[in-house]
Design a protein around this ligand. Structure first.
Ligand code: PEP
Length: 249
């Protein structure tokens, strides 16, 4: 049985003061939460999150990494650095990285590998744009994004990875995929993994991301192939984030 996972992607938001308040709010509401919970703050706030969450079950993740280990890569942060700071997870291939920072499928595959090499669980984001959905190429796009990793690292790499299906048209827009639309793509992803290795497919957690809120989370997460959520906007308010965690519990 897969334990559900709710991960908050804070994106480029927060300072030490409001992040402390947010983390305290999350901790205060964790007693009844059975889902696994993680927060992914901006890198500069990772040490604060690790310190505040010490002794709790809430995990910390990065939002991106550079696949090099160290060296002359100004402005970048490596897998070993995230691990050393106390991260367990790292988001890889978020659509904002793909769109604004040139994260190609090939680069995403290298980052995925670097994450695992350095003891981090990658949360691999895949998903189609509105144009691609309307053009009927959703599955082809998701398949291409998955193949980039599968062809380089094989199905074994998904033994210890999470996949987040995030339709780009639903991210930060308030438009959520219907539970049926989301389930359809999640099933497509699981079937694709299962064609290569049924046990890996069965164990791999597939999250939905895209305007998930407390009032739509339960219906989405109750779909058979949806194992939790990657949450942007709603992860910045403890009450909303906890509402989603409760729905996933
Ligand atoms: C995200 O950025 O991963 C995301 C799902 O954002 P939002 O929940 O704000 O749509």
């Amino acid at each position: 049985m897969r334990q559900s996972l709710v991960a908050g992607n804070w994106k480029m938001n927060g300072n030490r003061e409001d992040s402390s308040t947010l983390l305290e709010g999350i901790l205060a509401g964790m007693a009844d939460i059975k889902a696994e919970v993680a927060v992914c703050p901006p890198a500069i706030l990772v040490p604060l999150a690790v310190e505040k969450l010490a002794g709790s079950s809430v995990k910390v993740g990065g939002q991106n990494l550079d696949y090099h280990v160290s060296g002359a890569y100004t402005g970048e942060i490596s897998g070993p650095m995230l691990k050393d700071a106390g991260c367990d997870y790292v988001i890889i291939g978020h659509s904002e990285r793909r769109e604004y920072y040139g994260d190609t499928d090939e680069l995403v595959a290298r980052k995925f590998e670097a994450a695992q090499e350095h003891g981090l669980v990658p949360i691999l984001c895949v998903g189609e744009s509105l144009e691609e959905r309307e053009g009927g190429t959703t599955e082809a796009v998701v398949e291409r994004q998955l193949d980039a990793v599968l062809e380089q690292h094989g199905i074994e790499a998904f033994k210890n990875a999470v996949i987040a299906y995030e339709p780009v048209w639903a991210i930060g827009t308030g438009k959520t995929a219907t539970p049926e639309q989301a389930q359809e793509v999640h099933k497509f992803i699981r079937d694709k993994l299962a064609a290569l290795d049924a046990a890996v497919a069965e164990g791999c957690r597939l999250l939905y991301g895209g305007s998930m809120k407390p009032d739509n989370a339960a219906e989405l997460i109750s779909q058979p192939d949806i194992d939790g959520g990657l949450i942007g906007g709603a992860s910045l308010k403890a009450e909303d984030f906890l509402g989603i965690c409760a729905a996933a519990s």
